[in-house]
Write a protein of this length. Sequence first.
Length: 166
Amino acid sequence: MKKSLRNKVTIAAAMIVVACLVYYLVGRDGGVAINEATIATYHQEISASQSPALVIFCSRELWTRKSSTFSSNEPSPAILAIKEIIKDGKYKGKIAFWKYTVPDGSYNQVTKSFDSDPLCKQLDIKRLPTQFIVRNGEIVWKSESGGCFVKDSKEKIEQALKKSLQ
C-alpha cells in the first residue's frame, strides 16, 4: 500500500513539474509572442522601421484578463482579437506586434488623458486599449477600444493589417 501511494505521489509531482514547464515555456498568455515596447523602443525600433508594426497601448491588468461572463472585468475584444491574430501566425515576419504597458497612475481624471506618460501624451492616447499601426514612422491606422465582439474587432484589425502591407 505504501508503494502504491508513493507511486501516485511521484506521478502527481511529475505532472506538476510538467505543468510548470509548459507554463514557463508557453507563457501566461498561451504563447502569445508580443514585443514589450518602451518609450525608447518606440522611437528607436517601431517608428524607425520601414516594416509595419501594430502597437497596442493597455494596462497590465487589461492585457492579462481572461474570458469571463459579461462584466466590467471582461477582457477587451480588441486585445483578445490581437492575441488570436498573433497566434494564427499569418503575419509572422511581415508585421511586428508590440505592447506598451501604460504605467498605473498615468491617467489624469481632470484632463481625461494619460498626460503623465510622455509616450501616451505624444501619441494622444485617450483610452485603453488603443491600438494603431505604424509604417515608416507614420501612424496609418488607429482604433480606440475596438468593437463589442472579438470577431468584429479581429476583422477590423486584420483589414487594417492587410492594408498596411500594400
